[in-house]
Design a protein around this ligand. Structure first.
Ligand code: DGL
Length: 257
């Protein structure tokens, strides 16, 4: 069974893409709402939360995991996954499939919007550099938390306006390097249009879902989704019912810690 891990709602964008290609896949999803947002945490904290999150998924029958959180991608590359008994081929994270696709599409310069943790890890910048893509990194530290709490559109747009202030010319694309950000896609598009910065907005969820299907060879299953959350959240429940009402799903709480 596939496990999906995120700090909260962001991984739902990846789950939604996965379900488009493999509706029959049985999935267990862990959203660590109690510790969200992840994007302002240190690498040490993120590593510890990753191990706990992966253990929760493995305890519930996951055998392969999609780390649907860019902020933990740097930790996935570490020996931590061996610590929970997985090997590198059992896990797919966000950065590698995204950069592969950007390279295949012959991008030469992108604006990367992401959390502070993702930008400071330098992971996108290093991997893009290897394939000749220039990255203009833009951290938006407040946005994932605002989306998690479902703050109004105007407040989300204000964070985006402030973050993109230094961008003067368009790039080949603006890449949403945080799985929460596709929920604010229309706010990004509105801000880019208002600033005359014409460039496509790319949500990598699709690339990662396709990469997971290729790597894990998902077949069979009844299409069920078991959501496990570390704290209750009305916005999370609303997003789940909007996106997955066509699938048999349950929502339960993870026990401490
Ligand atoms: N959705 C996650 C990411 O892609 C985490 C965002 C957060 O919790 O700050 O980075």
């Amino acid at each position: 069974m596939i496990g999906i891990f995120d700090s909260g709602s962001g991984g739902l964008t990846v789950l939604s893409a996965l379900k488009q290609y493999a509706p029959h896949a049985d999935v267990v999803y862990f959203g660590d709402i109690k510790h969200a947002p992840y994007g302002n945490r240190s690498r040490e904290e993120l590593g510890a939360l990753l191990v706990l999150g992966f253990e929760r998924l493995l305890d519930r029958g996951a055998t392969r995991i999609i780390a649907a959180c860019n902020s933990v991608s740097a930790s996935v590359a570490e020996p931590l996954i061996h610590f929970v008994g997985l090997s590198k081929s059992d896990v797919i994270e966000m950065v590698e499939p995204t950069v592969e696709r950007l390279a295949a599409e012959r991008m030469s310069r992108i604006v990367l919007v992401a959390t502070k943790a993702t930008i400071e890890s330098g992971l996108y910048q290093r991997q893009c550099d290897r394939v000749g893509i220039e990255v203009v990194p833009v951290a938006i530290p407040q946005l994932a938390g605002a989306i998690e709490q479902d703050v109004p559109f105007d407040a989300q747009a204000a964070y985006i306006v402030a973050a993109l202030r230094s961008i003067r010319v368009p790039a080949d694309a603006l890449v949403l390097g945080c799985t929460h950000f596709p929920f604010a896609r229309s706010a990004f598009e509105t801000v880019l249009a208002a600033r005359n910065l014409e460039m496509p907005v790319i949500d990598p969820a699709d690339f990662v879902a396709q990469g997971a299907i290729e790597r894990f060879g998902i077949s069979g299953g009844g299409g069920s989704i078991r959501f496990v959350i570390s704290a209750d959240s009305v916005p999370f429940r609303q997003k789940v019912s909007q996106l997955f009402s066509g699938f048999p799903y349950t929502i339960e709480f993870a026990r401490e810690p």
